[in-house]
Design a protein around this ligand. Sequence first.
Ligand SMILES: *Cc1c(COP(=O)(O)O)cnc(C)c1O
Length: 464
Amino acid sequence: MHRRMAEPYKIKSVELLNVLNDQEREQALIAGGYNTFLIKSEDVYIDLLTDSGTSAMSDLQWAALQRGDEAYAGSKSWFRLEQAVKEVYGYRHVIPTHQGRGAENLLSQLKIHPGNYVPGNMYFTTTRAHQELNGGTFVDIVIDEAHDPMIDLPFKGNVDLNKLENLIHKVGADQIPYVSIAVTVNLAGGQPVSMGNLREVHALCHMHDIPVMLDATRCVENAYFIKEREPGYEYMLVKDILKKMMSYSDGCTMSGKKDCLVNIGGFLAMNDDDLYTRARELVVLYEGMPSYGGMAGRDMEAMAQGIYEAIDDHYIKHRIHQVRYLGNQLLDAGVPIVRPIGGHAVFLDARQFLPHLRQEEFPAQSLAAALYLDSGVRSMERGIVSAGRNKITGENNRPKLELVRLTIPRRVYTDNHMDVVADSVISLYEKRNHISGLGMVYEPPTLRFFNARFEPLSANGKLI
Ligand SMILES: *Cc1c(COP(=O)(O)O)cnc(C)c1O
């Protein structure tokens, strides 16, 4: 018999939700210009816009806030956070930052010189932006399969060692300040990297004296996939797998807003003494003293506690289960989604979902709007709207993928909420021929997806 699983926590405090009726949702959608970024959070029933900074804290984390030591220098809370990072991730040195990109800024400034190349397993927006700001060129070394949404592989975030080796031979190891490995790969859909691959990348890099820096943002989710999928790890605790993963690197950047179960915070960690000394100096300029780095004492307390809670096997097992629980219901109903289901989100393939819409009719934007209209579920477009325009020609960039991202916040929703989301997506799939495309009626000059406004293209002006 298949035994079902429930959330490994119970509810001590609840946040009441506004449940809007059909007319109210339609009004909210029109007021927001059919853009889910412009809908007020109070008008949203289930918010799957992002998993960043949206985690629910535990009672122990809320209690830890009270313990926050707000001393300007040498805060007790800092030493607790430093201890948690050293103990759980195994690095020798830690620099706190206000969030992940603060750590990316420090690392990029300290390591990258103009003309350098920074290889990575697919880019991430802020990571690449900081590399480029410092004169580096990002080079994608992820396996080709990571770019295909339909190929089902256990470790789709792996590095193609040939690509890395070729780059080293082409530009020379001295032009590569570090290799940046994301565990898991966000933009591939939360796809993990195997322990075997991390070991090989580390060995190759060390032969050439190139440090390996992890983007550890979702490293606990990655560790759990290793436990599930890589032979030899099925009986190991997630915390031990995690520490072994990190041992194949020389440091990491971390956004605490994801796998550290807090709403704000981050850090840069490393083993190298000299890099640490220089980072201690630079952090003062951008974040604050090396004993708070842009975080309040109470935020450091909450993060220290969250770091320990995240490596509990029951927590992470249910976390991955919940994402898959949603994804599998959609797969069973024949809804086109990106495969395999990753660690933090389910991605709807809007091109296949709405084949009657041309890309200029914004299929993913239309589907995200339709989902809100149907059930008050908020998702995010990742397609032609997000891709923006070519800076030189002014033409729309036309990404291969038109996706709607359903991102699951950690410990916030129950599996019942996932049922509501699945029912809504499936019912939209059944009437997909009746979903109209959108026209953009206001286009901001930069990062247009945040503020763009749309109207349905249908004859009666209705989206569905
Ligand atoms: C969120 C994220 C970052 C940046 O972290 P912030 O805390 O948002 O600054 C970096 N890398 C990945 C993979 C992320 O998901």
